[in-house]
Design a protein. Structure first.
Length: 343
């Protein structure tokens, strides 16, 4: 509460670049959507990625750690009036996108100050945004609750097409519970698309207990190999890396505490692939037509699909495309295993 409420007034106060959105070309539709969001909603935004997957029309999306609602209002425009976006956040005393006051995190004394609910800020602007977007009825809702216990907030099994999160899983003490709950609420073929901070090794107790490193999303960073094991344990397909960028620490004291550990800000996508979708490797052809990606779809770091071009894919990618919302955008045929493919 104290770190985000008092010490961080803007991005210049950050000690690292962990919570700064990666600078990369943004599709025109996304730029326009961002410009229509109320200035109070974006005033205290700190994220480590732009969590906007493709092919969103009419999708139901859940945002874990939605804060004041910036990503929700962005996605509200992209899913359209027939889609729906739910934001959930535990926001007592929070003034930062995604940050959470949790009884499980290291406790540090802080001056008493009035609490500030980001969920209240998000809710306050629902009518403004629906009018701005030209919607007859709201397609967004905001809930207070823990992302480790989505059932307590009334979120049912198999109810969402996509789950997103933006630099918040690193702040959760029980990351297995977060992924387990995300898997539960996703429909078969659904996707978890999320950005976060990862470490090159498991972190020491000294780092884990450091107040500023917690605030900067570094002390709670997951060892990147553990993401793969947890995803498999929960039932997801192996993580698909979308983008990654090194995090720099411009503070000598923090660098000495971190030692030789390195951090990256990365975006991954995980899919809930039903067993019936596995049918070996294939040859796929992108039909085009996804808004903002009409001629080329950069799916992840390994696969880029150009309209009309035949691409050999492994069994994993064939199953993902076959079972997900991307199925109607591709012609998928049985084919030989691609040579030299690696994740």
């Amino acid at each position: 509460q104290d770190y985000y409420g008092k010490e961080l007034q803007n991005t210049e106060d950050l000690k690292t670049n962990a919570c700064i959105t990666l600078s990369k070309p943004v599709p025109k539709a996304v730029r326009g959507a961002l410009e229509r969001i109320h200035e109070e909603v974006v005033a205290k935004y700190y994220g480590c990625g732009l969590v906007v997957p493709e092919c969103l029309a009419s999708c139901w999306i859940l945002d874990l750690g939605s804060g004041s609602g910036r990503d929700c209002y962005l996605l509200s425009q992209l899913v359209g009036e027939q889609g729906h976006v739910t934001g959930i956040d535990m926001t007592e005393g929070q003034v930062r996108h995604g940050a959470r006051a949790s009884p499980h995190l290291p406790q540090h004394p802080s001056p008493s100050s009035p609490s500030f609910s980001q969920v209240e800020v998000a809710k306050k602007h629902i009518a403004y945004h629906m009018d701005k977007f030209g919607y007859r009825k709201p397609n967004v809702e905001f809930l207070q609750g823990y992302m480790e216990k989505l059932g307590d907030a009334g979120l049912a099994d198999n109810s969402y097409d996509i789950v997103i999160s933006n630099c918040v899983i690193s702040l959760a003490p029980d990351k297995r519970a977060v992924l387990r709950e995300a898997y539960r609420v996703l429909k078969p073929g659904g996707e978890m698309y999320f950005s976060d901070v990862y470490a090159s090794q498991r972190l020491s107790e000294t780092i884990w207990k450091h107040r500023v490193l917690w605030g900067e999303c570094l002390a709670g960073a997951l060892y990147w190999k553990d993401l793969y094991s947890i995803a498999e344990e929960v039932g997801f397909s192996p993580p698909c890396l979308v983008t990654a960028s090194p995090i720099t620490i411009g503070d000598k004291e923090l660098e000495s505490i971190v030692g030789d550990c390195r951090f990256v800000s990365a975006t991954f996508r995980l899919f809930k692939v039903p067993g019936s979708s596995w049918a070996g490797p294939g040859q796929v052809t992108y039909n085009g037509g996804i808004m903002g990606h009409e001629r080329e779809l950069v799916f992840d770091a390994n696969f880029t699909f150009k309209e009309g071009e035949v691409v050999d894919v492994d069994a994993e990618m064939a199953a993902i495309l076959r079972s997900s919302r991307f199925a109607e955008k591709f012609l998928i045929q049985a084919g030989a295993a691609p040579q030299g493919c690696s994740c």
